[in-house]
Design a binder for this molecule. Structure first.
Ligand SMILES: NC(=O)c1ccc[n+]([C@@H]2O[C@H](COP(=O)([O-])OP(=O)(O)OC[C@H]3O[C@@H](n4cnc5c(N)ncnc54)[C@H](O)[C@@H]3O)[C@@H](O)[C@H]2O)c1
Length: 400
């Protein structure tokens, strides 16, 4: 199957990109993210052998294989920061399959065989990469991949999985928004605030539910009329803006980008009426420097990878046997971390995006250094602790 071979070829190239050769490419978050310390590179996770889950399949094919590799590397790097800040013992990784992720019967490339071939490839990595849903993939896809692979999260509850990660992603964004309200207005509630949500898909629609329940006035927009209708049916009091441009110009207290990346560019920052930005979308800052423009305009920006970590927290919990309440309690800590980031940003005189990068980099460096403490392979054997499966026979184990 050509598609499968192509996809695997890209994956092999990404995994072959060791930290010594992988470019410390800039993400769009902030200039401090470009420092390229060893721990910040995608193949230098703070905890060895585990690569963070997520499978990104593009909505439309990449222009070239090179572009796909670069996107995967950037996204992997972002996952390192997200996992570090969320307190997870995972590094950063991403997988990309080139092609339209629609099912083959709908003009895309997705088939059972393609998903299973992807599963066999991930299995061949022996647990160094754990996959899960992202753009273009769903819980049902994970169940198919899991027929060939032990390293899959985000499966359906029937198969012991955590299910749809959007549930805790939205919950985490809401917690971060409460922290924004606490920081800006002195109370951890959105009651009485006007909140604009752009993109009411998997995450956005759950977020609207939390906001309505909290007493916020919600304004939504989406390019899909059926998504808008679904929200209007569930929450008749919600207002609808014509498009994202109209939404950001509307009279808002909070803007929540929950669609695609790059939502915050020079034009949108200049037009925003909201004084708080807090949303689920990945890579919201269109280019380095936007975080400073936001701060200069007095707009409080809650860093994207900090606030949207609930989903990876949810699926990571599946690794040890999923317990929803445990995962939810971890996602609730996004509230505290957001407040901590704002306090650090003020103390250091930097935008919150820079403060978040610094804290993530510190954890990667500090925990990464622990690997220099060698643990003998037989340590713990008397206590019944199994030796590290990844260790070579007779060699010291570097336990994560
Ligand atoms: N699902 C998760 O658990 C999760 C976790 C972390 C981050 N994210 C990020 O959050 C964002 C949303 O994820 P999702 O899972 O809800 O995706 P989704 O595809 O279910 O929803 C996205 C919605 O945005 C709408 N949209 C697209 N372009 C738009 C535009 N120009 N204006 C307005 N609406 C537009 C789509 O029609 C869709 O309804 C993505 O950036 C994703 O990477 C999601």
């Amino acid at each position: 199957m050509t598609d499968v071979q192509n996809g695997s070829g890209v994956l092999r190239r990404i995994f072959a990109s060791d930290s010594s050769t992988a470019p410390a490419t800039a993400t769009s978050r902030s200039s401090s993210a470009m420092t390229g310390t060893a721990a910040s590179r995608p193949s230098s996770p703070c905890i060895p052998r585990h690569w963070a889950p997520l499978w990104a399949a593009p909505g439309s094919p990449y222009a070239s294989e090179e572009e796909a590799v670069q996107d995967a590397l950037n996204l992997a790097r972002g996952m390192s920061y997200k996992n570090a800040l969320a307190g997870l013992d995972l590094g950063g990784g991403k997988a990309v399959i080139i092609g339209d992720p629609a099912h083959i019967t709908e003009g895309g490339i997705k088939t059972e065989a393609l998903l299973r071939a992807y599963g066999r490839f991930v299995q061949s990595l022996g647990g160094r990469y754990i996959t899960a849903c992202d753009v273009g993939t769903y819980v049902a896809d994970m169940d198919v991949i899991a027929r060939e692979c032990d390293y899959v999260t985000g499966r359906s509850p029937e198969y012991g999985g955590a299910g749809d990660s959007s549930v805790l992603t939205a919950f985490g964004v809401f917690q971060a928004m409460r922290a924004c309200a606490q920081h800006r207005w002195g109370a951890p509630t959105l009651a009485g605030r006007r909140v604009g949500v752009s993109g009411i898909g998997k995450v956005g629609h759950y977020l609207v539910g939390h906001l309505v329940e909290d007493g916020a006035q919600v304004v939504i927009t989406d390019v899909r009329p059926d998504a808008v209708e679904r929200i209007r049916a569930a929450h008749p009091g919600v207002e609808v803006a014509a498009d994202t441009e109209a939404l950001i110009r509307a009279n808002l207290d909070v803007y929540a980008p929950c669609a695609l990346g790059g939502a915050l560019n020079d034009a949108t920052v200049a037009a925003l009426t909201a004084t708080v930005v807090c949303g689920a979308a990945n890579n919201q800052l269109a280019h380095a420097g936007v975080e400073k423009d936001l701060a200069d305009r007095g707009i409080l920006y809650a860093p994207d990878y900090l606030v949207n970590a609930g989903g990876v927290i949810q699926v990571a919990d599946e690794i040890g046997g999923f317990v929803f309440d445990r995962a939810k309690a971890k996602a609730a800590k996004i509230y505290d971390t957001t407040l901590e980031i704002f306090a650090r940003a003020e103390a250091d005189g930097v935008p919150p995006a820079v403060a978040a990068d610094r804290l993530a980099e510190r954890r990667m460096a500090d925990v990464g250094r622990l690997r220099s403490i060698l643990v003998p392979a037989d340590a713990g054997a008397e206590a019944g602790v199994p030796a590290d499966a990844g260790a070579e026979a007779g060699s010291p184990v570097r336990r994560g």
